[in-house]
Design a protein around this ligand. Structure first.
Ligand SMILES: [Ca+2]
Length: 385
């Protein structure tokens, strides 16, 4: 790498300005296109950390989180990871917003509150969001998490849902971002309906969000709910289209291929290491996932995680060991391809002077770092409340 310009200013806000020589093979592998400068903003420090790997400088600074989810079994585990970081004061969860997806939004709320209670953080604000997709909610996408989103496991108790905030999810997202410009990390773990509505209602926030981490879509055309579409983008493709075409902040995506193909934590570790922890949150997750282990044989030796991967990347940038920038959008009308994430891959365009990426695809994760975050989340005690 040859650095043409390198300017430091050590005042209260360290600025960082750097221009990278085109055709730098190292940066190209990391996802920077030719002629793409690295920005001279505070955001630059985290993007440089992502580019140049591990080390003390790569550790993510404490941040303010909004988590939009359709809980969902894997959402619950991702929430527990965030709750653990919240209790350690590594992050501050400003709000959790519920969206229709794995189940109806009112059941999503119940699952969120059950997870907060198990994690020992019952007072984190929760907001009710959209109860349907922007245009049409597909009816053939439900059921993998049972009718209630938590595999219909009977717990014998019902969480107090009167805690739900009066303010709706979309307004809460807009308000928090505007009150904390440049500081909010938005982690989206369900269909992107709430986020798209927030972008439409308050377009100024698209450039005020610090960064987004999304679980959704696919990078190799492999689907799960249909032959070519991943669940979250399939349920509300128009919302995914709006978000990817309106976003104006670093946007990281954990695709379905990362989940089932490129992240391979073995089931033995899930059952006999993570599964042996005896805490309320571990017991809850074990009960939820046991339904799958007893009834499905899909990749029996492979513990497939989805929302956990996006959350892990948001909590610790060192989780992402390989990323690549792309310009991506969503197929909205294909008979067999509706909801497919389509990425520009034409060589002449991707390497042209006007190429501008809108997403960063997480291609590989550090499985040890991921395991450590899960162990922390399952082992947390409630004594630090
Ligand atoms: Ca989810």
């Amino acid at each position: 790498m040859r650095v043409r310009k390198f300017l430091f200013s050590f005042s209260t806000q360290t600025s960082f300005y750097l221009t990278v020589r085109p055709r730098c093979a190292h940066l190209r592998r990391q996802g920077f296109s030719c002629n793409t400068p690295i920005f001279s903003t505070r955001r630059t420090l985290s993007s440089l950390a992502r580019t140049f790997g591990s080390g003390p400088e790569a550790k993510k600074m404490p941040g303010k989180f909004i988590i939009d989810c359709d809980a969902g079994v894997d959402d619950a585990m991702a929430l527990l990871m965030a709750i653990d970081a919240h209790k350690r004061q590594e992050i501050e969860i400003l709000a959790i917003t519920a969206v229709n997806g794995n189940t109806q939004v009112d059941k999503v709320l119940i699952n969120i509150f059950r997870t907060l209670d198990a994690g020992g953080c019952p007072d984190i604000p929760v907001h009710r969001g959209s109860e349907s997709a922007l245009i049409m909610t597909p009816k053939d996408a439900e059921g993998y998490h049972g009718s209630d989103g938590f595999n219909d496991v009977q717990f014998g108790t019902t969480p107090d849902v009167t805690r739900v905030q009066e303010e709706g999810a979309v307004l809460a997202i807009c308000r928090h971002v505007r009150e904390n410009p440049g500081e909010v990390t938005l982690v989206a773990l369900g269909p992107l309906t709430n986020v798209a509505l927030a972008f439409k209602l308050c377009p100024d926030i698209t450039s005020q969000i610090k960064e987004m981490f999304i679980m959704g879509g696919n990078c190799e055309g492999v689907g799960n709910v249909s032959m070519s579409a991943e669940f979250n983008f399939y349920v509300d493709p128009e919302a995914a289209f709006v978000v990817l075409n309106k976003n104006n902040c670093p946007t990281y995506i954990a695709t379905w291929e990362l989940c089932y193909k490129y992240c391979k934590v073995d089931m033995d570790w899930r059952l006999n290491c993570l599964g042996k922890i005896d805490t309320p949150q571990a017991k809850m997750m074990n009960a939820l996932e046991k339904v799958w282990y007893d009834n499905y044989s899909f990749h029996p030796d492979h513990f497939i995680m989805c929302d956990q991967l996006a959350m892990a990347a948001a909590l610790d940038v060192r989780v992402m060991t390989k990323t690549k920038r792309h310009w991506a959008t969503i197929e909205l009308s294909g008979l067999h391809t509706k909801g497919l994430m389509v990425m520009e891959q034409r060589h002449a365009i991707c390497n042209g002077p006007k190429f501008n990426s809108n997403v960063t695809i997480i291609e590989r994760v550090d499985e040890m770092a991921l395991k450590n975050l899960l162990l922390r989340a399952f082992s947390q005690t409630n004594e630090t409340d």
